[in-house]
Design a protein around this ligand. Structure first.
Ligand code: SF4
Length: 463
């Protein structure tokens, strides 16, 4: 299901054929549309649309262009709209110093007031920000402590730089991209889009404005959100299905609309790889790992009610030849379940599949023997998380079991060297931007000392 998180279907641009546009949205697979209010009148029209269509929801707010028209009764009207059951967000609100249709001082004043109203009503906010990065960050920092994601909101039609994106994420906000990310000259914006974690990403049309590239210059409409989703998926090396699955879960988590991801997922597909979720146990407790707090990857909830048996895992695989590879991972350390790996990998290989193992490299210490000869012929590729250039920073970043500390880093290095003897493809990975970790030194160790492939992974991107 795809979701258009920002539409203005109430505008005059849709006067002639609104019903047809809504019908086309349905036919093109749009699951939900959030229709956005820009002043009291358009907020009321949004509510009327939402009342007439199950799959349309509304927001209520005053756009920064229009705050100069706010009168005595405006906030009472907004408060009345925000309690409507189909009004799931406040806004759009924010700052626009590009057009400056309202004085900047008035924009800041009413942005703060609308945030306060939204928080009183427990509504996420829809943010418009243009050429106002410093003031935007300053005002949001007053109201949204770090990672207060539950009722944060969306930076709509994001057009900012990496710094604004990073600060938005830090404060728990979601980032939404419109058709502008599809334009040929938007390389910078696409580079930012690549760095947004799947659990903070949305896509939108902002229709009738900003039609995506194949329809650029024409009136935009919700059905065209598919073009933008396609570009975003390509930029992020995913399929549109991957992108939509994550957005659907985000929509539920932010607005309570739709459904939660089911738990107990044993096998899940991302791109054309099938991942196997064997366990959530791990011998590390990495500072960047959310397996115990939010075990969600690309819209899949990996919380296991119990660990699956080898038979159950094999059943979940189906036909391994349908995939480019089958990956043993889990949101935990898969080699804790070595017997399951060996049993299922043998069947996958017999059925013509390719096998990858993602591991923290603790397997030989966990099992008190060299397990790599046992994986020969069963595993085609192993990806080992090195994550550090020294034992001290490894222990600080990955927080291994107390009995592993001080020695496990050297054991991982030995594991990687040993893996080359038994597994055709070996790569070592690091999670970037970790305090005290010298990424250049890591790369040198991996390429020069180990002579294996090196893959850095941005700290907040999983899957
Ligand atoms: S090794 Fe992987 S699963 Fe284990 S704590 Fe670290 S990130 Fe999480």
């Amino acid at each position: 299901m795809i979701i258009d998180t920002h539409a203005h279907l109430d505008m005059d641009a849709f006067m002639e054929d609104r019903a047809g546009v809504i019908e086309r949205a349905r036919e093109s697979g749009i699951g939900y549309i959030l229709n956005i209010g820009c002043d009291i009148e358009s907020s009321r029209r949004s509510v009327e649309l939402a009342e007439c269509h199950d799959f349309i929801y509304a927001s209520a707010g005053v756009h920064p262009h229009d705050v100069k028209d706010i009168g005595d009764g405006t906030y009472a009207d907004l408060a009345a709209l925000l309690v409507h059951p189909k009004v799931v967000a406040a806004g759009e609100m924010g700052l626009d110093y590009f057009r400056n249709h309202s004085p900047a001082e008035l924009q800041r004043k009413h942005f703060r007031k609308q945030i306060e109203l939204a928080r009183e009503h427990g509504r996420p906010i829809i943010i418009h920000c243009r050429d106002a990065k410093e003031d935007m960050i300053a005002i949001l920092s007053e109201h949204y402590p770090k990672n207060d994601k539950a009722r944060s909101g969306i930076f709509h039609c994001f057009s900012g730089d990496q710094e604004l994106a990073d600060r938005a994420l830090e404060m728990g906000f979601y980032v939404s991209f419109s058709g502008s990310v599809t334009y040929p000259k938007s390389d910078g914006l696409r580079a930012v889009a690549k760095t947004i974690p799947a659990d903070r990403l949305f896509v939108e049309t902002d229709c009738p404005y900003l039609a995506p590239q194949p329809r650029r210059g024409k009136r935009n409409e919700p059905a065209f959100v598919n073009f933008t989703a396609q570009v975003l998926a390509e930029v992020r090396g995913l399929t549109v299905e991957d992108l939509n699955r994550a957005s659907e879960l985000n929509f539920f988590e932010l607005f309570g609309v739709g459904s939660n991801a089911k738990t107990g997922t044993v096998a899940y597909q991302i791109r054309n790889s099938l991942y196997l979720n064997l366990t959530t146990r791990c011998t590390n407790d990495c500072v960047f790992c959310s397996r115990l707090t939010r075990p969600v990857v690309q819209g899949y909830n990996l919380k296991l009610d119990r660990e699956p048996t080898a038979d159950e895992v094999w059943q979940a695989v189906g036909d391994p030849a349908n995939y480019d590879e089958v990956v043993f991972c889990g949101y935990g350390e898969p080699t804790l379940r070595l017997d399951v790996i060996k049993t299922v990998a043998a069947k996958i290989k017999a059925a013509g599949g390719r096998v990858r193992l993602n591991t923290n490299g603790h397997g030989n210490v966990i099992h008190k023997r060299n397990i790599l000869p046992e994986l020969k012929g069963l595993v085609d590729e192993v990806s080992v998380s090195l994550n550090s250039d020294s034992s001290e920073t490894y222990d600080a970043t990955c927080r291994p079991l107390p009995s592993f500390r001080g020695r496990i880093y050297d054991e991982i290095r030995r594991f990687i060297q040993e893996a080359k003897k038994y597994i055709p493809d070996v790569q070592a990975t690091i999670v970037t931007q970790q305090e005290g970790v010298d990424e250049t030194a890591c790369e040198d160790i991996v390429k020069k000392e180990f002579d294996v492939n090196y893959r850095p992974r941005r700290y907040n991107l999983v899957g």
